[in-house]
Write a protein that binds this ligand. Structure first.
Ligand SMILES: C[S@@+](CC[C@H](N)C(=O)[O-])C[C@H]1O[C@@H](n2cnc3c(N)ncnc32)[C@H](O)[C@@H]1O
Length: 281
């Protein structure tokens, strides 16, 4: 089973050195996801390139996730190389190619916020889950927009329209469609025959602000011509310096971002990320 004491910050920086803020968000996501149990068989809904599952289930025997799927071929074609999955295929969340009651866990990391029509996907997740099976999803929370540094900086000087416009730009850039509250998650899961078991916020306010500023610094929001994006571009791999750059980023940021990585959302507080755990009735 995943281990919450593993150093997901260093592991994520090694995987995502070319986009360090992505590594920070994912490391905290992984630390949060690792506090859950994942009864088998497991389905990874929207597995992408499989790197997250590879890190989350590191140390497990190969093929510990029975199935993963994703509609995006250029990503999903890399997932079998991770050895985490028994079967990987290209498919859509609203038409899962599995029989009813096939899985004990449906797991989904950073996917549901990107899907324009969510209910058919939740219906499918409920269909392929066994009764009593667990639905475990990590998503940006209902507080995500207002915890952005660019939003808070503008609110501080009374520029409320500018704050909304900033958050709208980030939504477009990251292709986020919605941020349900925990109450809304309970309603949506209830409509497809699942009960909300619990939710948990992660990414405290100052950590989301750090992440938002780091996105700007490392060119995540920029077009193609940003100094870090250029340095980390696969097209420059042949120049041979990227191994050094990767080691430098991993060493430097695994120290500099350690406190942010380990920081918890205060009890009764909110964070920019939300873990949603449901159960099929
Ligand atoms: C941010 S990536 C996350 C990938 C992977 N879960 C991870 O954590 O690395 C979002 C993924 O959602 C997938 N996705 C988008 N729409 C989807 C849909 N309708 N059904 C399933 N996956 C979808 C995308 O193809 C993409 O791989």
């Amino acid at each position: 089973m995943p281990n919450p004491d593993r150093d997901y910050l260093t592991l994520s920086l090694k995987q995502y050195w070319f986009a360090p803020p992505v590594a920070l968000w994912r490391a905290i996501e992984l630390r949060t996801l690792a506090t859950e149990t994942y009864p088998r068989p497991i389905l990874d809904l929207g597995c992408g390139d499989g790197l997250i599952a590879e890190v989350l289930f590191a140390g497990e025997p190969p093929f510990s996730i029975e199935a993963g799927f994703d509609p995006w071929w250029s990503q999903v074609r890399h997932a079998p190389a991770t050895d985490a999955y028994r079967f990987v295929q290209q498919a859509q969340g609203d038409a899962m190619p599995y029989p009813d009651d096939s899985f004990a866990t449906v797991f989904s990391n950073s996917v549901l916020e990107h899907i324009p029509h969510l209910m058919p996907v939740l219906e499918e997740a409920a269909r392929v889950l066994r009764p009593g099976g667990r639905f475990i999803a990590s998503v940006p929370s209902d507080a995500f927009r207002r915890l952005l540094a660019g939003y808070r900086d503008r609110v501080e000087v009374g520029d409320f329209n500018g704050a909304q416009a900033y958050a709208n730009r980030i939504d477009r850039r990251l292709e986020h469609y919605r941020y349900p509250t925990p109450k809304r998650w309970a309603e949506m899961l209830g409509r497809v025959g699942m009960r909300l078991h619990h939710t948990r916020y992660y990414i405290p306010t100052d950590v989301e602000m750090l992440w938002d500023r780091a996105n700007a610094r490392y060119g995540i929001y920029a077009g193609r011509w940003h100094w870090y994006r250029l340095l980390a571009s696969p097209r420059l791999q042949r120049l041979g310096y990227q191994g050094w750059l990767r080691r430098w980023i991993v060493r430097r940021l695994s120290q500099r971002w350690r406190a942010a990585y380990e920081k918890e959302v205060p009890t009764d507080g909110v964070g920019g990320g939300l873990l949603v755990v449901g159960e099929k009735e």
